[in-house]
Design a protein around this ligand. Sequence first.
Ligand code: FES
Length: 155
Amino acid sequence: MKLSKTEIEAIQHEMTLYEDPGAATIEALKIVQEHRGWVSDESLEAAAAVVGVTPTQMEAVATFYNLIFRQPVGRHVIMICDSISCYLTGYEEILAYLKKTLGIEFGQTTPDNRFTLLPICCLGNCDNGPAMRINTDYHGRLTPDKVDAILAEYP
Ligand code: FES
C-alpha cells in the first residue's frame, strides 16, 4: 500500500526538523496512523523507504511504542490504565463493565468496528483513577454510569 502524497510530504517535513532524518521515524509512524488508523506492514515499509531506514529499524520503533497500532483498530480506541493507582481505585470493576458492555476482551474490536479495548500503563492521571483514554481524550474517576455516558460521546 503506497503512501499518499500528503503522508509523504508530512514525513519529509518532519525529516527536515532533525539533524539525522532517521530521527523522524516515530513521527512518520504517527503520520501514517493518523491517516489510516493503524500501520500495516506495507505502510510501514513505505514509510521506512521515505525516512531512509530499513523496515526492521522501523518495526523496532513501531513495536516499542504501544500507541502505534500494528493491527486494524475500531473507530475509537479505549485504553484503560492497569497501573497501581487505578488498580487500587476500581480498575477491575471498570474493566469488567467495559468488557460486558462492549462484549469484547482486550485486543478485540466490537463487531460494528466502533471500539477497540486495550490495556495501557499509567496515563499520568493517577489522582483521577480509575482512568482511561479514548483516542486522545482522558477520562477519570470512572464509574459504570460515567462509562455509559462517556461511551455515548463516541458514535
Ligand atoms: S495509575 Fe492509572 S493513571 Fe496513573
